[in-house]
Design a binder for this molecule. Structure first.
Ligand code: ATP
Ligand code: MG
Length: 403
């Protein structure tokens, strides 16, 4: 008897390659899947021989399940599947039962999608089952042809590939594989602090590090009242979108204006940008140490703007001791934008609100700054006091993924 439950097969990507640590990564992945489905009633998540099986009440929308589980890092793909009990009966009876389920499944696809051609991809994961995979495929294929008169087989360009998986005590038929993001489960790689602007790049950088299993916190710099409340709201909106993937994000919002004013008052105009960037890094490093973040993350990208030339990055990097991850460093802007669209941050990122970097923007920023010169300029400032005051006046908000 089929229960009123929906079944989903979840495949682990790289997690499956983890050798001795595999059980740990699989456990973390199961935990993450449970966490994103916690808001729904009656969910069951189980790990069985290298796959994860999710069961939900039949009335829970498939799209919702796919969307939520599809965002869990470590998930390679998901398939809504029909589960068939094959714990009893001989091979012939079992194949009959699978055949009936396959026919029913294909009838639905004919009705819903107008499928006309198909092929079967059968796998016998349980080697004790006496019929080999190609033969299972032929038998089920024949049953489908008999049960669905409008269908024909097309092995090259079928409208639908019907997967048949025979496992221990249970078999599955399914059609779709919905791709996940891959990566590693959150929480398997510590926590990092992203320097989050309102732009396109830094949310993508955060996403990419989180995809490798890293929790994310954020620091945002503003120049209030030169930058508006609306600009700050935009950053929180971005964090909200990113948190759908990364989980909870704490944002430390810091006013950079007093520091910018000091720089403008005391240092050469063309050095303003690079000096501001070094302050950002130093302040971020302090926040990171306080909040157990192991590294800083930026959306810097080689050559994109004056402050991201190789020479400028050397000078920026020298401001801190903590490792700085720049996951976008060698990417082209079009590819960064593609990811931004995929994770849904793009439309928010391009909203035209001012950024603290555009306040006091020098006419001709130094593109090949020399560290020695920059250090001399910095020595004219009371860096410790400025940084201390900036940290003191920070505002911290916590952003939770939306339900
Ligand atoms: P983005 O699209 O991320 O704004 P960008 O091309 O505008 O990047 P920059 O403004 O030079 O580049 O900033 C480079 C990186 O420095 C950003 O990706 C971000 O990590 C950090 N950054 C810049 N401005 C801010 C800010 N206001 N608050 C926090 N971090 C910032
Ligand atoms: Mg920016």
């Amino acid at each position: 008897m089929t229960e009123e439950r929906n079944t989903y097969i979840v495949r682990c990507g790289e997690v499956a390659l983890k050798g001795q640590n595999k059980p740990y990564f699989e456990r973390m992945l199961v935990e993450r899947i449970k966490k994103v489905l916690k808001k729904f009633e009656g969910i069951e998540v189980k790990r069985v021989e290298g796959l994860i099986f999710v069961k939900t009440p039949a009335d829970l929308s498939k799209d919702l399940v796919l969307k939520n589980v599809g965002r869990v890092f470590g998930v390679d793909s998901i398939s809504p599947a029909v589960e068939i009990d094959i714990s009893e009966g001989d091979a012939e009876a079992i194949l009959d039962r699978i055949g009936r389920a396959a026919v029913e499944y294909m009838q639905k696809l004919i009705e819903e999608k107008g499928v006309k051609t198909f092929k079967i991809d059968a796998k016998r994961a349980n080697k004790q089952f006496p019929v080999e995979s190609p033969q299972i495929g032929r038998i089920i294929g024949a049953k489908v042809l008999i049960g669905c008169k409008v269908l024909s087989v097309d092995v090259h360009h079928p409208d639908c590939v019907l997967f048949v998986s025979v496992r221990r005590g249970l078999a599955y038929v399914y059609e779709q594989k919905v791709a996940g993001f891959g990566g590693l489960p959150l929480g398997t790689n510590g926590k990092g602090l992203v320097l989050l602007s309102g732009g396109i790049d830094s949310p993508v950088a955060a996403f990419m590090m989180a995809k490798r299993g890293m929790w994310i916190d954020a620091v945002h710099f503003h120049s209030y009242p030169y930058t508006s409340d609306r600009a700050w709201e935009k950053v929180q909106d971005l964090a909200k979108i990113v948190s759908q993937y990364c989980g909870r994000i704490r944002i430390h919002s810091i006013n950079l204006l007093p520091i910018q004013e000091e720089i403008v008052r005391n240092c050469p105009e063309e050095e303003t940008t690079i000096l501001v960037r070094r302050f950002m890094m130093k302040i971020a490093e302090r926040v990171a140490k306080e909040t157990d973040c192991l590294m800083l993350i930026t959306g810097e990208n080689l050559g994109q703007v004056a402050s991201q030339t190789a020479e400028a990055l050397v000078v920026t990097d020298a401001a801190v001791q903590m490792p700085v991850m720049r996951p976008l460093i060698a990417m082209d802007k079009v590819d960064i934008m593609k990811i931004a669209r995929e994770i849904d941050t793009y439309e928010t990122s391009i909203l035209p609100y001012e950024d603290c970097c555009t306040v006091f923007l020098p006419k001709h920023p130094a593109t090949k700054p020399k560290l020695q010169r920059i250090l001399e300029s910095e020595s004219r400032l009371d860096c410790e006091t400025l940084i201390g005051a900036a940290l003191e006046n920070r505002e911290t908000v916590t952003i939770y993924p939306e339900d």
